[in-house]
Design a protein around this ligand. Structure first.
Ligand code: ADP
Ligand code: ZN
Length: 773
């Protein structure tokens, strides 16, 4: 059983007190019971945060359950105080926390911790305040005269207030009269002005104006998708209104598979409008990288008639802004939440619809514990809150596609762009041929820009059309190796090749960020012949500048976009056609709409294909389709050049025809043959430590224990070095388990890990449904 309460201490009079069963927010997960003192009876509810005594300390806790009387005859300690004015967790979120805890095998307190933003957890309800000052009565001219002589500053304050229509905030006054705080005191005392405290919201969009937008007339395909969605909403809301009607409504998840530009966002907007009309709320998840001002603007503009209607949650907010946005939701003022991954925990009540845009995005997966996948958590939250969940993508994940194929999800398809344009032409450039040609002695003709792509760029420059060059790697050269012994200069901590960043002439490790001056001699054989190879965005920029000296070029990657608003400014310039060529990484692959871009070059389509991950091909396909979607959005048809050394790989061939179904069927066959997701669930167990042998041994031990009573149908691999065999100075080993029955497998893992004792600096982690293996 669970430990119940602390010591048999007296808890007041003999009257039977209600009991709160709480989860402590301490490092170790612990459920305990505490008596509710009479004075707190009204405020302690399920989901309330509290402080309670634990040994000699006070710790915070969350109420999971209220019991009418203590279980057993232990006397319980009393709750000390309540945190916040209302329960910080809805009962739906508590159930969700439980599910996450079970499914991902993490202690529930860790999940609860993740659900609240740090500022909300640590300093709840610390709002900025201001004083609202109001002129209480109109001073006569005589009084003004007198004041001007005896207290000129006071007279100025009164005049200021008058000129502001009789009211102003203290901070407004202080902008002009820095000493206003002191000066107003006698005026308040004498009854000339009244003062009241108001809350000031830290609003990330305070200074922005949003021009209202009207719903567009839906295309036939949009209308069909919209109708199905609304019908599902109707069925679910009706079932909720009359629960006596028998069974619970079925979970309703819909997959909207719509090509880029087919108008998915418009469908979202109109569906949300309908949800709000029914008095319910909506939650929209988008990948962090697509949470651009442009996206937020589209939502703000559509629902501009209600101030506060939209709360935004993402990682670029300040702590204060995040705190205030969260409370805007918590207090029921926001009906729509748009946010990145962790916004799935937004404390919305009365949820009517959850939308997950770009549902295939790997960034929905959290990399540290709890390693949850926000899309999957969204589906579960929908089930708990009895609201439909709409997943949208131009390139659905195979998991979701399979669920739609088998009828677990409803499939909605949109195949046409709203502007009626056809997809851009995709040309595959075989870089192996390009190498062989190699007659031209040119800086750029070293496998960076093919002859065909160069011709195409020249053509765009003459026509004053724009070009995007995409490359998944930043830096100048991606490796430095010795011509005599073949040794590559690696990061000592991470054992991967270091990338040259030419601007500051440093080798940089892209895993841990370590930097060093490039050596002039081979670190292994001491010979001087070191040679750079591989290219990143920095090198591409230089090459493009050399080949097209007259072109206006900008590079967008995390190196160049350090300054706040730099990305926004660069994109604005590009949109205004002040730039001809944009070179960039993922940052430019998504959600951007540039009508004058008629050419996109994918410089090395193989980087994603070559990662040792069963999703490598899926990633490549998704990336190519996404990038291609950037070309030809305007009047002129677009063209895409894909440079590759593997021109016949299915991911490249199917993306060329934008043939998602063809691709998915082919890939699913492969997955079923090797029992990979969606035909199984994967659990990745990793061991890491400073000492290679110890880490490996720990994982081998774990492997042996897991082998005992391994649930039926479970496939377990052998411990092997991780693809990133060393990172941050730690050696890493991994073990892959697969099973159709994930719950049985996780229960087994939980049991084995609980009984495991590890040497001090060995860390074991486990990731259920990992996105990187
Ligand atoms: P997706 O999210 O599927 O890529 P968007 O929703 O961004 O597509 O729509 C692409 C473009 O089409 C946008 O400029 C949008 O304003 C426009 N659009 C969407 N729906 C319609 C419609 N029904 N009629 C005309 N234009 C539309
Ligand atoms: Zn490193």
């Amino acid at each position: 059983g669970l430990p119940r309460g602390e010591s048999p201490e007296e808890s007041g009079s003999g009257a039977i007190r209600k009991v709160a069963r709480v989860q402590l927010e301490t490092a170790a997960a612990l459920e305990l019971d505490y008596a509710i003192p009479e004075k707190l009876e009204k405020s302690v509810r399920v989901g309330t945060r509290l402080t309670v005594p634990l040994q000699q300390q006070r710790v915070t806790a969350v109420v999971l359950e209220i019991l009418d009387s203590p279980e057993g005859n232990t006397r319980l300690k009393e709750i000390l105080s309540v945190v916040g004015s209302r329960p910080m967790f809805t009962s739906g979120l508590l159930r969700l926390a439980n599910w996450i805890s079970e499914y991902y095998v993490v202690p529930v307190n860790r999940v609860l911790r993740t659900m609240l933003p740090q500022a909300v957890r640590e300093k709840p309800e610390t709002f900025l305040t201001d004083s609202h000052l109001k002129l209480a009565k109109e001073p006569s001219p005589e009084i003004f005269d007198k004041l001007h002589q005896t207290a000129p500053m006071q007279a100025r304050i009164l005049e200021k207030l008058r000129s502001h229509g009789g009211e102003a905030t203290l901070s407004e006054l202080r902008r002009e009269l820095p000493r206003a705080t002191t000066i107003i005191k006698p005026l308040i005392k004498a009854g000339w002005i009244t003062r009241s405290e108001i809350r000031v919201e830290r609003d990330p969009f305070q200074t922005e104006e949003f021009l209202p937008s009207q719903p567009l007339k839906l295309t036939e395909e949009q209308q069909a998708a919209y109708d199905t969605l609304i019908k599902t909403l109707g069925v679910m809301f009706a079932a909720e209104a009359s629960p006596a009607g028998g069974e619970e409504p079925k979970p309703s998840t819909l997959l909207l598979h719509g090509v880029t530009g087919s108008g998915k966002t418009e469908v979202y907007l109109q569906a949300i409008a309908e949800v709000l009309k029914q008095g319910k709320t909506a939650l929209v998840l988008v990948p962090e990288i697509s949470l651009t001002p442009q996206t937020i603007e589209r939502f703000k503009a559509r629902f501009s008639e209600r101030k506060d209607a939209i709360a935004v949650l993402h990682s670029h907010l300040s702590d204060g802004e995040r705190h205030d946005e969260w409370f805007k939701i918590h207090e029921g003022r926001a009906q729509i939440v748009i946010g990145a991954r962790s916004a799935i925990f937004a404390p919305l009540e009365n949820l009517g619809l959850i939308i997950v845009d770009e549902e295939h995005e790997p960034s929905y997966k959290q990399e540290d514990a709890p390693r949850y996948h926000a899309r999957d958590v969204a589906v579960v939250r929908g089930r708990i809150e009895k609201c439909p969940v709409l997943l949208g993508s131009a390139t659905p994940s195979l998991e979701s596609f399979q669920n739609a194929t088998t009828g677990k999800y409803q499939l909605l398809t949109m195949t046409k762009r709203t502007d009626g344009k056809s997809m851009p032409l995709i040309r595959i450039v075989d870089m192996r041929m390009e190498r062989r040609k190699g007659t031209e002695v040119s800086f750029a003709n070293t496998g960076i820009l093919s002859q065909k792509l160069r011709t195409a760029i020249t053509d765009r420059l003459t026509k004053k059309e724009q070009t995007i060059l995409f490359l998944n790697r930043r830096g100048f050269n991606t490796s430095l190796s010795c011509v005599s012994c073949g040794e590559t200069v690696q990061c000592q901590e991470c054992a991967i090749p270091m990338t040259l960043h030419k601007k500051d002439n440093r080798l940089v490790c892209h895993i841990c960020g370590a930097r060093r001056v490039p050596p002039t001699k081979c670190p292994a054989c001491k010979e001087p012949g070191l040679k750079y190879s591989g290219f990143g965005t920095e090198r591409v920029e230089q090459a493009v500048k050399e080949v097209f000296p007259q072109a206006r070029i900008a590079r967008v990657d995390t190196d160049t976009m350090q300054r706040k608003n730099q990305l926004r400014d660069t994109l604005k310039e590009f949109r205004a056609q002040k730039l001809d060529i944009l070179i960039g990484t993922q940052m430019i692959a998504k959600g951007l709409d540039f009508p004058n871009v008629t050419l996109v070059g994918v410089l090395n389509a193989d980087t994603a294909l070559n990662i040792p991950d069963f999703r490598a091909a899926e990633r490549t396909f998704q990336l190519l389709v996404q990038v291609a979607g950037r070309a030809g959005r305007g009047e002129v048809k677009g063209e895409v050049f894909v440079q590759t050394h593997a021109p016949h790989s299915p991911a490249i061939q199917f993306s060329r025809h934008n043939d998602f179904d063809g691709y998915a069927l082919q890939e699913l066959e492969h997955r079923i043959a090797f029992k990979y997701p969606p035909f199984s669930h994967v659990v990745l167990i990793s061991a890491r430590g400073k000492h290679e042998a110890q880490a490996e041994f720990a994982l081998q031990t774990l492997h042996k224990r897991l082998e005992n009573d391994l649930p039926e149908g479970c496939i377990m691999g052998e411990p092997a070095p991780a693809p990133l065999a060393k990172a941050h100075g730690h050696h890493r080993f991994q073990l892959l388990l697969r099973s159709e029955k994930i719950r049985a497998l996780c229960a087994h893992i939980r049991k084995v890990i609980a009984g495991l004792s590890l040497p001090q600096d060995i860390y074991i982690t486990w990731d259920v449904d990992p996105m990187n293996v």
